[in-house]
Write a protein that binds this ligand. Structure first.
Ligand code: NAG
Ligand code: NAG
Ligand code: NAG
Length: 311
């Protein structure tokens, strides 16, 4: 007993030495690539940047659930921005419609909260047409789906299309919060992130329940679709693996112990984060923050997005 205690004490003594030695030889973690580093911007501009995703989600959810957008539900929040292109009421089951309708109203609240706290920006031109989603899905699947993917056709397609968007908003907030200076701004962004990640979790859970189902008429499972969507977002973002489908190899699952991946997160189950340029590369679908297209054909609103186009 005494010997063991003595030995333990000896180990305890060694511990700090070993710690220091390790600290001495371990190189600092590599700096991220220049295109992956956080940008420098004012709190106001960072929060206004988030409006781009909030507008996109608001319009897609409002149209999908109700067949009308912000111009009918909360016209003052669009601040005179052009109406979105191609939104339609989706052919949804009653329960999914309820859920999406709630998400839609939440997005209106988010736009109002940001606008009231740091001022708004006019809604950017948004392309939420079936064709815009079809183009994104073709890129994800690296093929021309026939018939073209239609997000508005049924609940499953709509959920798959929804898989594309709130996650990008979520990782954007995670990336933004550490760079906000003002305490109230950080609190606002954290509260926005709370609901955004909740939406993403609900969408992913609903899809997980149908993970093995084949999406008709393509014969590709829901899980495979999510895998390919996550893959294309990683490719477009150009900053490594920050996005995972609903089923993953064990070594990417939580604690390396599961292949289900209802929440996408890193080795310590912490949320991935993305910078504003990574987000633009993804929602433009061009992999280039200076080349708008896709869901934001004329580029994002606010100083940050505009600055990348101008340079
Ligand atoms: C919307 O996207 C589709 C598919 O990429 C494209 O054909 C259409 O021209 C776009 N509309 C606008 C206004 O950008
Ligand atoms: C996409 O498909 C083409 C031709 O089928 C193939 O050459 C290419 O490697 C594929 N790209 C990816 C990223 O899978
Ligand atoms: C899981 O596996 C990865 C390597 O694939 C390793 O880096 C990580 O430490 C493992 N995590 C746990 C909790 O075992």
């Amino acid at each position: 007993m005494a010997i063991r205690t003595c030995f333990s004490a000896f180990l305890l003594l060694l511990l700090p030495l070993e710690f220091i030695a390790v600290m001495g030889v371990t190189p600092p973690p590599p700096l991220p690539l220049p295109e992956c580093r956080p940008i420098v911007a004012l709190d106001r501009d960072l929060l206004q940047f988030a409006l781009n995703l909030e507008f996109l989600e608001a319009e897609f959810f409002l149209y999908g659930a109700l067949g009308d957008g912000l111009d009918v539900l909360a016209p003052s929040l669009a601040l005179g921005g052009p109406p979105p292109v191609g939104g339609r009421k989706a052919n949804l089951d009653p329960i999914i419609r309820r859920i999406i309708e709630e998400f839609a109203y939440q997005e209106i609240g988010h736009i109002r909260a940001i606008t009231e706290s740091v001022g708004g920006v006019p809604r950017p031109r948004l392309n939420i047409s079936a064709e815009a989603f079809a183009a994104f899905f073709n890129r994800a699947m690296n093929t021309t789906l026939s018939p073209p993917f239609n997000p508005y056709a049924n609940s499953l397609n709509y959920l798959l299309a929804s898989y594309v968007i709130p996650y990008v908003g979520l990782v954007g907030y995670v990336g933004t919060i550490p760079n906000l200076v003002g305490r109230t701004n950080r609190e606002l962004a954290a509260s926005l992130l709370g609901v955004e990640s909740g939406q993403d979790a609900v969408i992913r859970t609903l899809l997980y329940l149908r993970a093995n189902e084949k999406v008709m008429p393509y014969g590709v499972t829901v899980a495979d679709f999510t895998d390919r969507i996550s893959e294309i977002r990683n490719r477009l973002g150009r900053c490594g693996l920050k996005d995972e489908g609903l089923k993953v190899p064990m070594q990417l699952g939580a604690e390396n112990r599961t292949t289900s991946n209802i929440l996408s997160a890193d080795a310590d189950s912490l949320s991935y984060s993305r910078t504003q340029p990574e987000i633009l590369r993804t929602v433009y679908g061009t992999g280039d923050e200076s080349r708008p297209a896709g869901f934001l054909p004329n580029g994002g609103a606010g100083r940050i997005a505009v600055r990348f186009i101008a340079t």
